[in-house]
Ligand binder design. Structure first.
Ligand code: FMN
Length: 351
């Protein structure tokens, strides 16, 4: 059972389902499992070194012949090198963590890569469409990780009306009903982060998955205290501490985590400052916010890799509150598509 949409045509996948790039979570195992299930899996590369990206791409290719994508930071100092790997290795699609850049979109498109930026506001969708993006992921405020404040139900139709490229709905999706609802709004498919994190193919440690499964909708919160940007995550001991602690303590913590990220990735301080400057460019961010942002990958890693539910950031969409199982990607994709077909048949006859 398939549903053909402009998204399935554009990237050549069987189902209009995207597994989004999630730092430390969307690695080769999850991406290849999604690809083999017929969805578009996207590797998260913002938390990888260039060499790790190259070997992750090769690992996915060794596990599947199906198309997949790579998520990268357009403002990273080595973005051009990463783009070259994407092109040389024949990766089908690219998406961006945080804001995209016009130059990178052009470079990737010229080389035949399908470019799908994520946006959280209509004007950003209009901008990337004008820059030549092939499709756009629209994330409503329910979505996990960095997120906006406008709900998917309001933002999605707004963006569908504003641009002529395929729109993929994100933020709050987990089942076949949601897929049909998104298609009804005019979307070409759905993109899911939290739902794919909570699969048996995801490498996130079991105690962390257990926290997500136990969470109620009210346990998912938005805080700016981690990195200065609105960030949706599970409320935890860490979030409570950050929200109580003063500015000096936050900055000291950020310096320590930024230093750890530098050691982990082998990045030089000069490269970190360059990335920080790029991040600051065109935004209303103070240096302390930039520093806080640089520390975020380590906090995410503490949970997603090391299993530290007490010390790590557990980025999550509100949908974590309604998910209570860990299917494989294949089971999940099959289930969503079967539900979508059942829902379509149950819809009242308009004739
Ligand atoms: C644990 C986690 C890590 C994430 N990391 C990234 C990232 O590195 N790059 C990115 O573009 N989006 C990231 N996101 C956002 C997701 O890609 C996606 O847009 C979001 O999860 C969609 O909302 P949903 O969780 O309701 O499905 C992350 C989300 C989560 C839950």
């Amino acid at each position: 059972m398939t549903i053909d949409t402009p998204l399935t045509e554009l990237v050549g996948v069987r189902h209009p389902l995207v597994q989004t790039g999630m730092g430390w979570v969307a690695g080769p195992r999850l991406v290849s499992a999604t690809a083999n299930a017929g969805g578009l899996g996207i590797l998260a590369s913002a938390t990888m070194t260039v060499e790790q990206l190259r070997s992750a791409v090769r690992e996915v290719k060794s596990r599947t012949d199906a198309p997949f994508g790579v998520n990268l930071r357009a403002d990273a100092g080595d973005a051009a090198e990463r783009a070259r790997i994407i092109v040389d290795e024949g990766v089908k699609a690219a998406s961006f963590a945080l804001a995209p850049s016009r130059e990178l979109i052009a470079r990737l498109k010229d080389a035949g890569v399908v470019v799908i930026p994520s946006v959280g506001a209509r004007r950003h969708a209009e901008k990337v469409a004008a820059w030549g993006a092939d499709a756009v992921v629209v994330q409503g405020g329910e979505g996990g990780g960095h997120t906006g404040s406008v709900a998917t139900t309001v933002l999605l139709p707004q963006v569908v009306d504003a641009v002529d490229i395929p729109v993929i709905a994100a933020g709050g999706f987990h089942d076949g009903r949601g897929l049909v609802a998104a298609l009804a709004y005019g979307a070409a498919g759905i993109a899911m982060g939290t739902r794919f994190l909570l699969t048996s193919d995801s490498t996130v440690p079991d105690p962390v998955k257990a926290r997500y499964l136990a969470a109620a909708v009210q346990d998912v919160t938005v805080t700016t205290q981690v990195d200065g940007l609105p960030h949706r995550m599970l409320r935890s001991e860490l979030v409570d501490t950050l929200e109580r602690s003063g500015r000096a303590a936050s900055l000291w913590r950020a310096v320590r985590h930024a230093a750890a990220f530098r050691r982990e990735t082998g990045m030089s301080w000069a490269a970190m400052v360059r990335d920080g400057l790029a991040m600051k460019h065109g935004r209303e961010l103070t240096w302390s916010q930039v520093l806080l942002a640089a520390s975020t990958p380590m906090l995410l890693r503490a949970a997603m890799v090391d299993g530290r539910t007490d010390l790590g950031v557990m980025a999550a969409g509100q949908v974590a509150g309604v998910i209570d199982d860990l299917p494989s990607c294949a089971e999940l994709v099959d289930r969503i598509m079967a539900e979508a077909h059942a829902v379509l048949h149950r819809l009242p006859d308009a004739g």
